[in-house]
Design a protein around this ligand. Sequence first.
Ligand SMILES: Cc1cc2nc3c(=O)[nH]c(=O)nc-3n(C[C@H](O)[C@H](O)[C@H](O)COP(=O)(O)OP(=O)(O)OC[C@H]3O[C@@H](n4cnc5c(N)ncnc54)[C@H](O)[C@@H]3O)c2cc1C
Length: 399
Amino acid sequence: MAASRTIIVAGAGIGGLTAALALAAKGFRVVVLEKAERLEEAGAGLQLSPNAGRVLIELGLERRLSECAIVPEAVTVMSGPTGRPIVRLPLGAAATQRAGAPYWVIHRADLQAALAERVKAHPLIELRLGCRFEEVTSHAEGVSVAQRRGTARLQEPALALIGADGIWSAVRGQIFPAAQPRFSGLIAWRATAPLKPGVEIVREVQLWMGPGAHLVVYPISGGRRINMVGIVRGDWSRQGWSAPGAPADIKAAFAHWSAEAQGVIGRAESWKRWALFAMQDGGIWSNGATALLGDAAHGMLPFAAQGAGMAIEDAAVLAKCLGEMAADSSGTTAAVPAALRRYAAERRGRVARVQRLARQNGAIYHFSGGAALARDVAMRLIGGQRLLARQHWVYDWQL
Ligand SMILES: Cc1cc2nc3c(=O)[nH]c(=O)nc-3n(C[C@H](O)[C@H](O)[C@H](O)COP(=O)(O)OP(=O)(O)OC[C@H]3O[C@@H](n4cnc5c(N)ncnc54)[C@H](O)[C@@H]3O)c2cc1C
């Protein structure tokens, strides 16, 4: 296929792989550059709400994901200090039926592996592992993308470049060098632990709230493991997914919490730390024939559980906008920048609203004293069903 029908995607995370599949479904040839030699286990669990699930199902992944994902029965909100449940938001079959797609919890590595399998099998997609995006230059025919594999440097023409290279995006560094993620003052501690044989899987997401901290726990890997994320304040702000964290430090951070919460934390053998950075709401996402997607465009705090979800939605909208352009006989090269601007315009408002929701959730989860008591009373009064309904604008999104 001609280079003028080729789109280069930098980054084979959840956003980049979904974009590759969605673009290939529109008939584009896609080259995915991934700097890592292997798609290793990075991160841990992900909650994938129906807005994201719908896109993945449309791409043909339902059966494969059902093998490793779990559909939780509910989100149970608990008090970290007392260990008592506050409210239960019902999910399960009824929520799946209402939304027309499941609410999944899944290991990020399982989702990435499922996407990568499809990508590798697709005749229009080439996945280049160990290949780093280095530089983009624009010209009349589109872009020229410099990439490095070991000592070899390759310059390749393409119709467009999509930067799906995460919150520390090199593509964004080139096209919008002033746009930098900011440290939130919060650190995510992540761990998984095996479920002991014979122990029944608790098919729910547990959210434990406490002063200045919260804890999220749910089953992953088809119910063989549990995923735990503890969020605490701190000033350690190193980049990356995988810095080890001392179990004694996280235990100390939750030392004033209930025995139940401490029991959950005690199940993990090792912890990884991730300093939480976020991009400003509503930045610019496209410049000529180059656009950003996922965390590269809008890395957000994880407290709405929507970072990967928004990357997946981005991928679907990007492919739709570029696909519409491909059908336009007026010439694709010239139409690319306008299609990418349309993509960004369609996404920015919704994503900014989700970014705000994530910040608000974080603040509410971390209330202390009288504010925490009032929050708990209000949550009980509103009730789980109505609290869930407040999320419908997120979950009901359709392309
Ligand atoms: C504690 C925590 C919990 C979370 N929970 C949820 C949740 O429940 N639900 C949810 O939807 N989201 C959640 N998220 C957010 C989610 O993990 C991210 O938003 C999502 O993974 C971003 O995907 P991405 O593809 O944009 O970027 P990434 O996953 O960061 O992928 C970027 C890829 O680009 C590659 N790359 C980087 N630079 C280059 C280069 N120069 N050349 C080539 N390749 C490059 C990287 O190696 C990587 O593979 C959570 C995040 C955290 C921290």
